[in-house]
Design a protein around this ligand. Structure first.
Ligand code: SF4
Length: 430
Protein backbone atom coordinates (compact mmCIF):
# COMPACT_ATOMS: atom_id res chain seq x y z
CA UNK A 1 0.00 0.00 0.00
CA UNK A 2 1.42 3.37 -1.04
CA UNK A 3 1.89 5.62 2.00
CA UNK A 4 3.47 8.91 2.97
CA UNK A 5 7.06 8.72 4.18
CA UNK A 6 7.66 9.69 7.78
CA UNK A 7 11.07 10.72 9.06
CA UNK A 8 12.03 9.69 12.58
CA UNK A 9 15.59 10.85 13.10
CA UNK A 10 17.69 8.85 10.65
CA UNK A 11 14.94 6.26 10.02
CA UNK A 12 12.30 6.50 7.30
CA UNK A 13 8.94 4.78 7.75
CA UNK A 14 6.54 4.11 4.88
CA UNK A 15 6.92 5.02 1.21
CA UNK A 16 9.26 2.54 -0.48
CA UNK A 17 11.26 1.90 2.67
CA UNK A 18 11.70 -1.54 4.24
CA UNK A 19 9.59 -2.48 7.27
CA UNK A 20 11.08 -0.89 10.40
CA UNK A 21 11.60 -3.04 13.51
CA UNK A 22 11.03 -1.40 16.87
CA UNK A 23 10.72 -2.22 20.54
CA UNK A 24 10.32 -0.63 23.95
CA UNK A 25 12.47 -0.51 27.08
CA UNK A 26 11.07 -2.03 30.26
CA UNK A 27 13.47 -0.14 32.51
CA UNK A 28 12.40 2.80 34.65
CA UNK A 29 13.20 5.83 32.52
CA UNK A 30 14.35 7.67 35.64
CA UNK A 31 17.06 4.98 35.97
CA UNK A 32 19.19 6.55 33.28
CA UNK A 33 22.06 4.08 33.57
CA UNK A 34 19.85 0.99 33.23
CA UNK A 35 17.87 2.57 30.40
CA UNK A 36 21.02 3.49 28.47
CA UNK A 37 22.38 -0.04 28.93
CA UNK A 38 19.14 -1.57 27.70
CA UNK A 39 18.93 0.81 24.72
CA UNK A 40 22.46 -0.19 23.70
CA UNK A 41 21.59 -3.90 23.93
CA UNK A 42 18.39 -3.35 21.93
CA UNK A 43 20.15 -1.29 19.25
CA UNK A 44 22.84 -3.96 18.91
CA UNK A 45 20.14 -6.63 18.64
CA UNK A 46 18.67 -4.77 15.65
CA UNK A 47 16.02 -2.38 17.03
CA UNK A 48 15.68 0.53 14.63
CA UNK A 49 13.52 2.61 16.99
CA UNK A 50 13.41 2.39 20.78
CA UNK A 51 10.53 3.64 22.89
CA UNK A 52 10.68 4.62 26.54
CA UNK A 53 7.80 5.43 28.84
CA UNK A 54 7.58 8.98 30.17
CA UNK A 55 5.15 8.95 33.09
CA UNK A 56 6.05 12.38 34.48
CA UNK A 57 7.52 15.70 33.41
CA UNK A 58 10.58 14.97 35.56
CA UNK A 59 11.33 11.97 33.35
CA UNK A 60 11.52 14.14 30.25
CA UNK A 61 14.86 15.25 31.72
CA UNK A 62 15.89 11.59 32.16
CA UNK A 63 15.00 11.03 28.53
CA UNK A 64 17.22 13.94 27.51
CA UNK A 65 20.12 12.46 29.47
CA UNK A 66 19.56 8.99 28.00
CA UNK A 67 19.61 10.42 24.51
CA UNK A 68 22.75 12.47 25.15
CA UNK A 69 24.66 9.49 26.54
CA UNK A 70 23.56 7.23 23.68
CA UNK A 71 24.62 9.77 21.06
CA UNK A 72 27.97 10.27 22.80
CA UNK A 73 28.49 6.50 22.61
CA UNK A 74 27.74 6.48 18.90
CA UNK A 75 24.24 4.96 19.16
CA UNK A 76 22.06 6.93 16.75
CA UNK A 77 18.88 4.85 17.07
CA UNK A 78 15.94 7.27 17.26
CA UNK A 79 14.07 7.37 20.57
CA UNK A 80 10.32 7.52 21.04
CA UNK A 81 8.60 8.95 24.12
CA UNK A 82 5.56 6.92 25.17
CA UNK A 83 3.08 9.28 26.77
CA UNK A 84 -0.29 8.70 28.40
CA UNK A 85 -2.63 10.94 30.36
CA UNK A 86 -0.69 14.18 29.93
CA UNK A 87 -0.60 16.36 26.84
CA UNK A 88 1.94 18.57 28.64
CA UNK A 89 4.44 15.69 28.89
CA UNK A 90 3.95 14.98 25.17
CA UNK A 91 4.65 18.61 24.33
CA UNK A 92 7.75 18.68 26.56
CA UNK A 93 9.11 15.40 25.14
CA UNK A 94 8.60 16.56 21.55
CA UNK A 95 11.64 18.83 21.72
CA UNK A 96 13.81 16.08 23.23
CA UNK A 97 13.34 12.89 21.20
CA UNK A 98 12.66 12.02 17.56
CA UNK A 99 9.10 10.80 17.99
CA UNK A 100 6.28 11.03 20.52
CA UNK A 101 3.62 8.39 20.88
CA UNK A 102 0.31 9.69 22.19
CA UNK A 103 -2.81 7.71 22.99
CA UNK A 104 -5.89 9.52 21.68
CA UNK A 105 -7.96 7.75 24.35
CA UNK A 106 -6.16 9.61 27.14
CA UNK A 107 -4.35 12.58 25.54
CA UNK A 108 -6.70 14.99 27.28
CA UNK A 109 -10.00 14.45 29.09
CA UNK A 110 -11.73 17.36 27.44
CA UNK A 111 -12.26 16.99 23.70
CA UNK A 112 -11.97 20.70 22.84
CA UNK A 113 -8.92 21.12 25.03
CA UNK A 114 -7.41 18.03 23.36
CA UNK A 115 -7.62 19.78 19.98
CA UNK A 116 -5.89 22.86 21.37
CA UNK A 117 -3.15 20.86 23.03
CA UNK A 118 -2.65 18.75 19.92
CA UNK A 119 -2.13 21.93 17.86
CA UNK A 120 0.55 22.99 20.40
CA UNK A 121 2.18 19.55 20.17
CA UNK A 122 2.23 19.74 16.36
CA UNK A 123 3.85 23.16 16.51
CA UNK A 124 6.69 21.84 18.69
CA UNK A 125 7.08 18.80 16.42
CA UNK A 126 7.31 21.04 13.35
CA UNK A 127 9.96 23.20 15.01
CA UNK A 128 12.04 20.18 16.04
CA UNK A 129 11.44 17.77 13.13
CA UNK A 130 9.74 15.34 15.54
CA UNK A 131 7.30 12.66 14.40
CA UNK A 132 4.09 11.67 16.18
CA UNK A 133 2.48 8.26 16.53
CA UNK A 134 -1.25 8.35 17.04
CA UNK A 135 -1.27 5.13 19.04
CA UNK A 136 -4.81 4.01 19.71
CA UNK A 137 -5.50 0.81 21.65
CA UNK A 138 -8.72 -1.19 21.62
CA UNK A 139 -8.82 -1.25 25.42
CA UNK A 140 -8.56 2.50 25.85
CA UNK A 141 -11.13 3.87 23.45
CA UNK A 142 -12.72 7.01 24.89
CA UNK A 143 -16.30 6.90 26.21
CA UNK A 144 -17.57 9.34 23.58
CA UNK A 145 -16.47 7.03 20.75
CA UNK A 146 -17.69 3.80 22.36
CA UNK A 147 -21.10 5.44 22.97
CA UNK A 148 -21.29 6.16 19.25
CA UNK A 149 -19.81 2.99 17.73
CA UNK A 150 -19.48 0.39 20.50
CA UNK A 151 -16.20 -1.28 21.42
CA UNK A 152 -15.55 -2.33 17.83
CA UNK A 153 -12.94 -2.17 15.04
CA UNK A 154 -15.15 0.49 13.44
CA UNK A 155 -14.94 2.60 16.62
CA UNK A 156 -11.14 2.28 16.54
CA UNK A 157 -11.01 3.41 12.93
CA UNK A 158 -13.39 6.32 13.54
CA UNK A 159 -11.49 7.44 16.64
CA UNK A 160 -8.19 7.53 14.83
CA UNK A 161 -9.60 9.25 11.75
CA UNK A 162 -10.62 12.23 13.92
CA UNK A 163 -6.98 12.61 14.94
CA UNK A 164 -5.67 12.19 11.41
CA UNK A 165 -8.09 14.91 10.31
CA UNK A 166 -6.59 17.10 13.04
CA UNK A 167 -3.12 16.39 11.61
CA UNK A 168 -4.30 17.47 8.15
CA UNK A 169 -6.01 20.59 9.59
CA UNK A 170 -2.66 21.45 11.22
CA UNK A 171 -0.82 20.71 7.96
CA UNK A 172 1.27 18.04 9.72
CA UNK A 173 2.09 14.77 7.98
CA UNK A 174 5.06 13.36 9.93
CA UNK A 175 2.63 10.93 11.52
CA UNK A 176 2.45 7.16 12.00
CA UNK A 177 -0.74 5.44 13.17
CA UNK A 178 -1.47 2.31 15.17
CA UNK A 179 -4.68 0.56 16.17
CA UNK A 180 -3.55 -2.24 18.41
CA UNK A 181 -5.69 -4.85 20.11
CA UNK A 182 -4.97 -8.06 21.96
CA UNK A 183 -7.70 -9.81 20.00
CA UNK A 184 -6.16 -10.64 16.59
CA UNK A 185 -9.49 -10.50 14.79
CA UNK A 186 -10.32 -7.01 16.14
CA UNK A 187 -6.79 -5.79 15.40
CA UNK A 188 -6.75 -7.03 11.80
CA UNK A 189 -10.23 -5.69 11.05
CA UNK A 190 -9.45 -2.27 12.53
CA UNK A 191 -6.30 -1.83 10.43
CA UNK A 192 -8.07 -3.03 7.29
CA UNK A 193 -10.88 -0.49 7.82
CA UNK A 194 -8.39 2.30 8.44
CA UNK A 195 -6.24 1.41 5.42
CA UNK A 196 -9.31 1.46 3.18
CA UNK A 197 -10.57 4.78 4.52
CA UNK A 198 -7.18 6.47 4.20
CA UNK A 199 -6.90 5.20 0.61
CA UNK A 200 -10.37 6.55 -0.18
CA UNK A 201 -9.37 9.93 1.29
CA UNK A 202 -6.13 10.01 -0.70
CA UNK A 203 -3.82 10.58 2.31
CA UNK A 204 -2.30 7.35 3.59
CA UNK A 205 -0.23 7.63 6.75
CA UNK A 206 2.23 4.80 7.48
CA UNK A 207 1.00 2.14 9.88
CA UNK A 208 2.69 0.77 12.98
CA UNK A 209 1.44 -2.79 13.56
CA UNK A 210 1.27 -4.77 16.77
CA UNK A 211 -0.83 -7.21 18.74
CA UNK A 212 -0.87 -5.63 22.14
CA UNK A 213 -0.58 -7.61 25.39
CA UNK A 214 0.20 -10.76 23.38
CA UNK A 215 1.78 -12.55 26.35
CA UNK A 216 4.98 -14.58 26.21
CA UNK A 217 6.56 -17.81 24.97
CA UNK A 218 5.14 -19.70 22.02
CA UNK A 219 1.66 -18.25 22.54
CA UNK A 220 2.90 -14.64 22.43
CA UNK A 221 4.97 -15.29 19.32
CA UNK A 222 2.22 -17.13 17.48
CA UNK A 223 -0.43 -14.54 18.36
CA UNK A 224 1.79 -11.65 17.27
CA UNK A 225 2.75 -13.40 14.05
CA UNK A 226 -0.88 -14.21 13.18
CA UNK A 227 -2.08 -10.61 13.56
CA UNK A 228 0.92 -8.84 12.08
CA UNK A 229 1.46 -11.25 9.17
CA UNK A 230 -2.21 -11.15 8.16
CA UNK A 231 -1.80 -7.43 7.48
CA UNK A 232 1.76 -7.41 6.11
CA UNK A 233 0.75 -10.09 3.59
CA UNK A 234 -1.85 -7.61 2.28
CA UNK A 235 0.73 -4.83 2.00
CA UNK A 236 -0.59 -3.10 5.13
CA UNK A 237 2.03 -2.04 7.68
CA UNK A 238 5.31 -0.14 7.64
CA UNK A 239 6.78 -0.61 11.10
CA UNK A 240 6.20 -3.36 13.65
CA UNK A 241 6.59 -4.06 17.32
CA UNK A 242 6.15 -7.56 18.69
CA UNK A 243 5.04 -7.08 22.33
CA UNK A 244 6.22 -9.94 24.53
CA UNK A 245 6.10 -10.20 28.31
CA UNK A 246 9.80 -11.06 28.25
CA UNK A 247 13.11 -9.26 27.95
CA UNK A 248 12.51 -6.81 25.07
CA UNK A 249 15.63 -8.16 23.32
CA UNK A 250 13.60 -11.31 22.65
CA UNK A 251 11.13 -9.28 20.61
CA UNK A 252 13.70 -8.31 18.00
CA UNK A 253 14.31 -11.65 16.23
CA UNK A 254 10.55 -12.23 15.97
CA UNK A 255 9.94 -8.78 14.53
CA UNK A 256 12.99 -9.11 12.26
CA UNK A 257 11.65 -12.42 10.93
CA UNK A 258 8.33 -10.75 10.06
CA UNK A 259 10.06 -7.78 8.42
CA UNK A 260 12.37 -10.07 6.42
CA UNK A 261 9.56 -12.34 5.33
CA UNK A 262 7.25 -9.58 4.11
CA UNK A 263 10.08 -7.59 2.56
CA UNK A 264 10.76 -10.86 0.66
CA UNK A 265 14.22 -11.53 2.07
CA UNK A 266 13.26 -14.97 3.43
CA UNK A 267 10.62 -17.58 2.65
CA UNK A 268 8.65 -20.12 4.61
CA UNK A 269 10.41 -23.41 5.36
CA UNK A 270 7.22 -25.33 4.55
CA UNK A 271 8.14 -28.42 2.51
CA UNK A 272 4.70 -29.87 1.87
CA UNK A 273 1.07 -28.85 2.14
CA UNK A 274 -2.15 -30.52 1.11
CA UNK A 275 -5.52 -28.87 1.36
CA UNK A 276 -8.78 -30.79 1.34
CA UNK A 277 -11.89 -28.74 1.72
CA UNK A 278 -11.14 -26.34 4.58
CA UNK A 279 -8.39 -28.41 6.18
CA UNK A 280 -4.66 -28.04 5.50
CA UNK A 281 -1.92 -30.54 6.41
CA UNK A 282 1.63 -29.15 6.36
CA UNK A 283 5.19 -30.09 7.21
CA UNK A 284 8.34 -28.00 7.60
CA UNK A 285 12.10 -28.20 7.54
CA UNK A 286 12.77 -25.18 9.74
CA UNK A 287 16.30 -24.63 11.11
CA UNK A 288 15.00 -23.73 14.60
CA UNK A 289 11.85 -24.24 16.64
CA UNK A 290 11.15 -20.48 16.73
CA UNK A 291 11.40 -20.39 12.95
CA UNK A 292 8.99 -23.32 12.68
CA UNK A 293 6.31 -21.70 14.81
CA UNK A 294 6.63 -18.36 13.03
CA UNK A 295 6.48 -19.97 9.59
CA UNK A 296 3.45 -22.01 10.65
CA UNK A 297 1.67 -18.96 12.14
CA UNK A 298 2.31 -16.83 9.05
CA UNK A 299 1.40 -19.55 6.55
CA UNK A 300 -1.96 -20.31 8.14
CA UNK A 301 -2.93 -17.56 10.62
CA UNK A 302 -4.59 -15.25 8.13
CA UNK A 303 -6.42 -18.09 6.40
CA UNK A 304 -7.83 -19.23 9.74
CA UNK A 305 -8.74 -15.68 10.81
CA UNK A 306 -10.52 -15.09 7.51
CA UNK A 307 -12.21 -18.53 7.70
CA UNK A 308 -10.70 -19.70 4.42
CA UNK A 309 -9.56 -22.70 6.46
CA UNK A 310 -11.23 -24.33 9.47
CA UNK A 311 -8.50 -26.77 10.49
CA UNK A 312 -4.75 -27.17 10.14
CA UNK A 313 -2.59 -30.14 10.94
CA UNK A 314 1.14 -29.93 11.47
CA UNK A 315 3.13 -33.09 10.85
CA UNK A 316 6.66 -34.23 11.57
CA UNK A 317 7.22 -32.54 14.95
CA UNK A 318 6.72 -33.93 18.46
CA UNK A 319 4.52 -31.12 19.79
CA UNK A 320 2.46 -30.68 16.63
CA UNK A 321 -0.85 -30.92 18.46
CA UNK A 322 0.12 -28.26 21.00
CA UNK A 323 1.38 -25.88 18.28
CA UNK A 324 -1.78 -26.40 16.28
CA UNK A 325 -3.87 -25.66 19.40
CA UNK A 326 -1.88 -22.46 19.96
CA UNK A 327 -2.40 -21.39 16.36
CA UNK A 328 -6.14 -22.11 16.46
CA UNK A 329 -6.41 -20.07 19.67
CA UNK A 330 -4.33 -17.18 18.30
CA UNK A 331 -6.61 -17.05 15.26
CA UNK A 332 -9.62 -17.22 17.62
CA UNK A 333 -11.01 -20.33 15.99
CA UNK A 334 -10.80 -22.75 18.96
CA UNK A 335 -9.99 -22.08 22.62
CA UNK A 336 -8.18 -24.91 24.34
CA UNK A 337 -6.85 -22.91 27.33
CA UNK A 338 -7.57 -19.52 28.93
CA UNK A 339 -6.93 -16.48 26.79
CA UNK A 340 -4.21 -14.44 28.46
CA UNK A 341 -3.75 -10.71 28.09
CA UNK A 342 -0.38 -9.68 29.52
CA UNK A 343 1.30 -6.37 28.90
CA UNK A 344 4.99 -6.41 28.00
CA UNK A 345 5.84 -4.24 31.00
CA UNK A 346 7.63 -0.91 30.81
CA UNK A 347 9.05 1.73 33.11
CA UNK A 348 5.71 1.89 34.90
CA UNK A 349 5.88 -1.76 36.00
CA UNK A 350 6.52 -2.08 39.74
CA UNK A 351 6.70 -5.86 40.25
CA UNK A 352 8.09 -9.05 38.76
CA UNK A 353 5.68 -9.15 35.83
CA UNK A 354 7.29 -12.02 33.93
CA UNK A 355 7.46 -14.32 36.96
CA UNK A 356 3.93 -13.46 38.08
CA UNK A 357 2.52 -14.03 34.62
CA UNK A 358 4.16 -17.47 34.46
CA UNK A 359 2.70 -18.34 37.87
CA UNK A 360 -0.78 -17.12 36.87
CA UNK A 361 -0.56 -19.21 33.70
CA UNK A 362 0.54 -22.28 35.61
CA UNK A 363 -2.28 -22.03 38.16
CA UNK A 364 -5.11 -21.09 35.78
CA UNK A 365 -4.34 -23.38 32.85
CA UNK A 366 -7.53 -25.39 33.49
CA UNK A 367 -9.84 -22.39 32.98
CA UNK A 368 -10.43 -22.95 29.28
CA UNK A 369 -11.91 -20.00 27.41
CA UNK A 370 -11.67 -17.56 30.34
CA UNK A 371 -9.91 -14.25 29.58
CA UNK A 372 -7.32 -13.42 32.27
CA UNK A 373 -5.22 -10.26 32.24
CA UNK A 374 -1.92 -9.64 34.03
CA UNK A 375 -1.00 -5.99 33.78
CA UNK A 376 2.08 -4.11 34.89
CA UNK A 377 0.56 -0.91 36.23
CA UNK A 378 -2.61 0.55 37.67
CA UNK A 379 -2.36 3.68 35.50
CA UNK A 380 -2.79 2.02 32.12
CA UNK A 381 -3.46 -1.61 32.97
CA UNK A 382 -7.21 -1.45 33.72
CA UNK A 383 -7.89 0.61 30.59
CA UNK A 384 -5.86 -1.73 28.39
CA UNK A 385 -7.36 -5.01 29.56
CA UNK A 386 -10.13 -4.75 26.95
CA UNK A 387 -12.49 -7.67 27.37
CA UNK A 388 -10.76 -9.56 30.20
CA UNK A 389 -12.98 -11.53 32.60
CA UNK A 390 -10.43 -11.14 35.39
CA UNK A 391 -7.46 -8.87 35.87
CA UNK A 392 -4.36 -8.91 38.08
CA UNK A 393 -3.08 -5.34 38.11
CA UNK A 394 0.10 -4.18 39.87
CA UNK A 395 -0.45 -1.08 42.03
CA UNK A 396 3.16 -0.57 43.12
CA UNK A 397 4.52 -0.83 46.68
CA UNK A 398 4.01 -4.59 46.73
CA UNK A 399 0.24 -4.32 46.28
CA UNK A 400 -2.15 -5.62 43.62
CA UNK A 401 -5.71 -4.83 42.53
CA UNK A 402 -7.93 -7.64 41.31
CA UNK A 403 -10.48 -6.78 38.68
CA UNK A 404 -13.62 -8.55 37.58
CA UNK A 405 -14.27 -7.21 34.10
CA UNK A 406 -13.75 -3.47 34.28
CA UNK A 407 -14.36 -3.21 38.05
CA UNK A 408 -11.80 -3.49 40.83
CA UNK A 409 -13.22 -5.88 43.42
CA UNK A 410 -10.19 -6.18 45.68
CA UNK A 411 -7.62 -3.45 46.18
CA UNK A 412 -4.27 -3.27 47.97
CA UNK A 413 -3.83 -7.06 48.13
CA UNK A 414 -0.25 -7.99 49.14
CA UNK A 415 1.57 -9.44 46.14
CA UNK A 416 2.31 -12.75 47.86
CA UNK A 417 -1.42 -13.38 48.39
CA UNK A 418 -2.81 -11.95 45.18
CA UNK A 419 -2.82 -15.05 42.98
CA UNK A 420 -4.54 -17.05 45.77
CA UNK A 421 -7.21 -14.32 46.12
CA UNK A 422 -7.71 -14.26 42.35
CA UNK A 423 -8.20 -18.02 42.23
CA UNK A 424 -10.61 -17.94 45.19
CA UNK A 425 -12.72 -15.28 43.52
CA UNK A 426 -12.81 -17.20 40.25
CA UNK A 427 -13.79 -20.40 42.13
CA UNK A 428 -16.63 -18.57 43.93
CA UNK A 429 -18.07 -17.56 40.56
CA UNK A 430 -18.01 -21.04 39.06
S1 SF4 B 1 0.00 -1.61 31.22
FE1 SF4 B 1 2.06 -2.50 31.20
S2 SF4 B 1 3.05 -1.77 29.29
FE2 SF4 B 1 1.19 -0.51 29.66
S3 SF4 B 1 1.97 1.28 30.74
FE3 SF4 B 1 1.33 -0.19 32.34
S4 SF4 B 1 3.16 -1.42 32.78
FE4 SF4 B 1 3.58 -0.31 30.89
Amino acid sequence: METLTVKVGNVLIGGDNPIVVQTMCNTHTSDVEASVAQCIRLAKAGAQLIRLTVPSLAQVESLRQIKEILRSEGISTPLVADVHFSSEIAIAAASVVEKVRINPGNFHKDHDKAREQFARLVQVCKENGTAIRIGLNHGSLGERITNLYGNTPLAMKEAVMEWLDMCVENDFYNVVVSLKASNTFVMVEAYRLLAKEMQNNGIVFPLHLGVTEAGNGDGGRIKSAVGISALLSEGIGNTIRVSLTEDPENEIPVAQYLADRYDHRIHSSMVSVSIEGKKAVASYSAPTRERLILDFACDFGKRLLDKELDEVELTGVDDAEYLTDELMQAARRRFYRPEYIACPGCGRTMYNLEGTFEEVKRRTSHLKGMVIAVMGCIVNGPGEMADADWGYVGEGNGKVSIYKGKSPILRHVPENEAIDRLLELIAEEQ
